[in-house]
Design a binder for this molecule. Structure first.
Ligand code: ATP
Ligand code: LTN
Length: 333
């Protein structure tokens, strides 16, 4: 029998999840739980790469577990776990950090964007080495596919470079080559108040949070920045605001941008257009929020994480041992 392919992804608990996280990543994870061995985790160690309040981090972590369950992930089909619960992530990180280069890490867009806002002398080593840990996350599970939003594809490319380098150096296929998979529409949802910037949970600009009350969500959509004119067309350069709303509609309706655009052919008022977008978002998010509330229960969360920890640790320690042996670390019984 052919070996089942593996999928792995994660979200870091740095803040309240946005509609961007939902469309670009979260809602796609469940697509892999029937035909793939699916691993979905909370990248809590990654959340430490910038200063964060401990209580906030803990709350975000619990929320993400409930969000995962609310999105349709089933704990018996998907291994849902906490990165810090599986020590192999940190151990493989300590090994792989020697196989990636300062030059390539300093070219990472996420690092450049985040460190640009800081005093150069005080940029944390963890922020710089972020993609090394992410590479360890992916390679430990021999993931074939990594479903992510567009901003993470560069990190997955780096993981691919490392696989080439590592396998060539030891002349054997130690690691499986991973591939980033982004959604056809909605891989980069923009801010509603500034559609030239990415919607982001740690740098919110009037963005939609998955925990927002429905009336707030509607208000935010109705006051989204739009463009001059009155035509509803997809033109991200000249009409970034309208194009972003079309992306949201198209992704949530599972239709192409062309189809979405043609549905609005006869609408020439942005207010009317925005109302339809708001209805679409609420139609999806309101039931999702209800499920989220049901799953936000410490008993359920602990049970999911305990089961996930056990399954993930088993898979990860196998890979870690293989790597240790490959590089010459002495593995004994
Ligand atoms: P931060 O602001 O802390 O950097 P973030 O909002 O960018 O966080 P991440 O935890 O980095 O979120 O991302 C989780 C997943 O959501 C990733 O797969 C990422 O690509 C995706 N994602 C994040 N923002 C967007 C967006 N605006 N549109 C589509 N996908 C997104
Ligand atoms: N860097 C990712 C979170 C993340 C991740 C991963 C995603 C950490 N490790 C491994 C996919 C695979 C982010 O969303 N910012």
């Amino acid at each position: 029998m052919e070996k089942m392919k593996r999928s792995l992804s994660g979200i870091k608990p740095t803040g309240n999840l946005t509609l961007g996280n939902y469309i670009g990543a979260l809602r796609n994870f469940k697509n892999y739980q029937d035909e793939y061995e699916n691993f979905v985790f909370i990248a809590d160690l990654h959340a430490l790469t910038l200063p964060i309040d401990p209580a906030f981090l803990r709350q975000n972590t619990k929320d993400i577990v409930a969000f995962y369950l609310a999105s349709g992930l089933d704990k018996d089909k998907t291994t849902i776990f906490l990165q810090s619960d599986v020590s192999a992530h940190s151990e493989l990180n300590s090994i792989l950090i020697n196989y990636l280069y300062m030059g390539e890490l300093s070219r990472m867009t996420q690092f450049k964007d985040k460190s640009a806002k800081m005093n150069h002398e005080a940029v944390g080593v963890g922020l710089f080495a972020y993609p090394v840990l992410m590479t360890a996350d992916i390679l430990l599970y021999n993931a074939d596919v990594v479903p992510v939003g567009e901003d993470q594809t560069q990190h997955v490319e780096l993981a691919r470079d490392l696989v080439h380098r590592f396998n060539a150096r030891y002349n054997k296929e130690v690691f499986v080559m991973p591939k980033a998979v982004t959604p056809k529409v909605g891989a980069r949802i923009m801010s509603l108040s500034d559609p030239t910037k990415k919607m982001s949970k740690s740098d919110p600009k009037g963005d939609i949070f998955l925990k927002d009350e429905p009336n707030i969500i509607r208000k935010k959509i109705m006051s989204a920045v739009t463009d001059t004119g009155n035509e509803i067309i997809y033109d991200p350069v000249n009409k970034p605001g309208i194009s972003n709303l079309l992306q949201i509609y198209s992704a949530l309706s599972d239709i192409t941008l062309d189809e979405a655009q043609s549905r609005f052919h006869d609408i020439h008022q942005y207010g009317e257009f925005k109302k339809i977008i708001a209805d679409k978002v609420l139609e999806e998010i309101v039931p999702f929020q209800e499920r989220f509330k049901e799953f936000s229960n410490p008993k359920i969360i602990n049970e999911v994480l305990n089961q996930g920890k056990e399954r993930a640790s088993r898979v990860a320690s196998r890979t870690l041992n293989k790597v240790k042996k490959t590089v010459g670390l002495y593995v004994h019984e």
